[in-house]
Design a protein around this ligand. Structure first.
Ligand code: ADP
Ligand code: MG
Length: 347
């Protein structure tokens, strides 16, 4: 039986890359998004512009496709449940519920004896002012944050005293880790004991936004093994189907911490498109559509640079070498701190 179509909720660049991977497998892609300028519409076979609470459009989306997945985790949980009642979504919506909130995400990890930063819930001014034990730290909105949005660094008690926040959201205050390095592990789980795991990727953030990724990560064997084992453990525990990314911190004492779980394909894995026989996007489509698992192998070492904001302008007219692969997300407007494209270089 061959798969004919996949529905993807969300229309950003990750959606675009999933559509391209689906095309390679001869699978029709249908995107549903509430953004009329969603860049993935240039890559999808079909595009449905819809609010995430429009039942008629959601029904139409479900009718048009055989399998359903998503490209960003912050889809309203109610929408996911509604869709899931009509046609099963993978990864399962309950996973979104856990990771949509930074506190329930970290509670889940600690319950499973996986190290995270120390953290505290902060709901009001009083709780904030009495959380000196978590300084220096980073105050983050519990939900809907990405690329450092909704985050405040608090370096000392004076800054804690002076910080003014309107508490219309719940916050988490995380103690700062003295970072040596950041890495991520991308894993595709097809079912019990059935995974493909990519080598750990080394990541550099600037302004809390991913800027550079490379493989191999320069890490020791213990960290390498532990990061892969935790990723497998998490995927099993969540009964996960599809591609998932675990972001890690390594501190100056070589301790590994999970920073966060992305229940989806991930920016640090863009280099898998050119560096592996099967990309994270293709493996995601394969797993979600119940297709064959193919042994995933690295062909090249690689590095990737994110093109953020105006960076993209220089690249649009540039000539590239044979080992350079430029991706333009075709976003209508350039915004500061917005990911506009990336360049992968293979060795
Ligand atoms: P987002 O959801 O926006 O990606 P993250 O929690 O991953 O937010 O934070 C973005 C980046 O900010 C991290 O990759 C890291 O570089 C830095 N950062 C976040 N939290 C901490 C922390 N507790 N200690 C040190 N650095 C941090
Ligand atoms: Mg992150």
């Amino acid at each position: 039986m061959s798969v004919t179509s996949i529905g993807i909720i969300g229309g950003g660049q990750l959606g675009s890359m999933l559509c391209t991977a689906a095309k390679k497998l001869n699978i029709k892609s249908v995107i549903i998004s509430d953004d009329k300028d969603a860049p993935a519409q240039s890559f999808a076979d079909e595009f449905i512009l819809s609010k995430y609470d429009d039942d008629l459009k959601i029904q139409e989306f479900c009718n048009r496709v055989e399998f359903i997945t998503f490209e960003f985790e912050n889809i309203p949980y109610e929408t996911l449940l509604k869709i899931n009642d009509i046609k099963k979504i993978n990864p399962r919506p309950i996973i979104n519920k856990i990771v949509q909130n930074r506190i329930s995400e970290k509670d889940f990890l600690n319950k499973n004896n996986i190290r995270t930063t120390s953290y505290i819930s902060v709901k009001n001014e009083n709780e904030l002012k009495s959380s000196q034990d978590f300084i220096p730290g980073i105050l983050k909105t519990c939900t809907m944050g990405y690329d450092g949005k909704g985050q405040y660094r608090i370096n000392n008690e004076k800054e804690l005293e002076n910080l003014k926040i309107s508490f219309d959201n719940e916050y988490i205050l995380e103690k700062s880790v003295r970072l040596k390095k950041e890495i991520s592990v991308i894993i595709t789980r097809f079912g019990p004991e059935k995974y493909e795991v990519y080598d750990p990727i080394e990541n550099v953030h600037e302004d809390q936004i991913l800027k550079y990724s490379k493989i191999p990560a320069e890490i020791d064997q213990n960290i390498n093994d532990q990061s892969i084992n935790w990723a497998k453990y998490i995927a099993d525990e969540l009964n996960y189907i599809g591609t998932m990314c675990v972001e890690y911190f390594i501190d100056k004492n070589e301790n590994l911490y999970v920073n966060e779980i992305a229940p989806r394909v991930h920016n640090s894995g863009h280099l898998t498109i050119n560096a592996y026989n099967i990309s994270q996007f293709e493996n995601h489509i394969r797993a979600v559509c119940g297709l064959e698992k193919i042994k995933t192998e690295k062909i090249h070492n690689a590095k990737m640079i994110n093109l953020i904001g105006d960076d993209i302008l220089v690249y649009k007219n540039k000539k590239f070498k044979n080992n350079e692969f430029f991706f333009d997300y075709l976003k209508k407007t350039i915004k500061q701190k917005r990911k506009m494209g990336h360049l992968t270089t293979i060795e």
